[in-house]
Design a binder for this molecule. Structure first.
Ligand SMILES: NC(=O)c1ccc[n+]([C@@H]2O[C@H](COP(=O)([O-])OP(=O)(O)OC[C@H]3O[C@@H](n4cnc5c(N)ncnc54)[C@H](O)[C@@H]3O)[C@@H](O)[C@H]2O)c1
Length: 247
């Protein structure tokens, strides 16, 4: 995939949560190729390290944080260290979240998924520049357009879009907010899915007849964050190969 020209200013910074794998890593590498300095956040130290090494190999700049986004104190400390390392942070990709198959208590899951995005966003705001700042959350077609077996996943992903609409309506003086909504996306957590019986059934119904790649979601995320999207605020953007229009 060639890199698009989104109008980013080289040297501006972005924080990406869950950047040690999948969609977050793809966004981190595309951001580095766009000239952004990248705050690479993840629970998994090996994932942080691998993403940073890949950014360095591209000639980019990165700062890593091993942080659990559901721990508000850890988030505030990580944001402060990231800003000290990279300067003002223009962009935020709230991407980390547990897999939809995790067996979690409903209340705990909503706190982890939605509460973490609220605390990372509030921790980021003091370090965002006065103009041009933007945030994108990785929502999902699940919850917003289709229901999943796990109650907490649908509820949390729909809740995230409610939070985005609040931010878009009431905080646009500080930053723009949008949501990207992956469909079935080929990341480690869905390894083997395409060849499973359910995977084959779903792929049959996706008009583009393939899973999304992490780079497909990353490209949409960076577009929504970028100056090219400066009048886009509060949208929910499915990146699902047209799957949900066939439902
Ligand atoms: N893969 C899909 O089909 C799909 C579809 C819709 C939405 N999504 C969403 O995309 C996002 C990224 O998923 P992915 O498919 O790239 O998965 P992934 O498992 O490849 O990557 C997720 C990363 O997030 C990290 N992470 C998880 N919880 C964390 C926490 N509390 N604090 C910090 N880091 C944490 C993990 O360590 C991992 O490195 C998730 O929010 C997921 O719900 C994925």
């Amino acid at each position: 995939m060639g890199d698009a020209h989104y109008g980013f200013t080289a040297g501006d910074s972005i924080v990406i949560t869950g950047a040690g794998s999948g969609i977050g890593r793809a966004t981190a590498l595309q951001a580095a190729r766009q000239g952004l300095s990248v705050g690479v956040w993840d629970l998994n130290p090996a994932g942080v390290d691998e993403t940073i090494q890949a950014i360095i190999a591209l000639g980019g700049t990165a700062h890593g944080e091993v942080a659990d986004v559901s721990d508000a104190a850890a988030v505030h400390a990580a944001m402060e260290r990231t800003a000290r390392a990279l300067g003002p942070i223009s962009f935020l990709h709230n991407n980390a979240g547990p897999p939809s198959t995790a067996q979690l208590d409903f209340g705990d899951a909503v706190r982890i998924c939605v509460g973490s995005v609220q605390s990372v966003t509030e921790a980021w705001v003091p370090y965002a520049p006065q103009s041009g700042a933007a945030m994108v959350v990785t929502a999902s077609v699940a919850g917003n357009l289709v229901g999943t077996a796990n109650a907490w996943y649908s509820a949390s992903k729909a809740g995230l879009m409610g939070y985005v609409r609040h931010l878009a309506a009431h905080r646009a003086g500080e930053f723009r907010s949008n949501g990207v909504a992956p469909g079935m996306t080929n990341t480690p957590r869905l390894a083997g899915f395409a060849t499973s019986e359910m995977g084959e059934r779903i792929l049959e119904r996706i008009p583009l007849h393939r899973m999304g790649e992490a780079d497909d979601i990353a490209a949409a995320t960076l577009f929504l964050l970028s100056p090219a999207a400066s009048y886009i605020n509060g949208v929910f953007l499915p990146v699902d190969g047209g799957w949900t229009v066939t439902q």
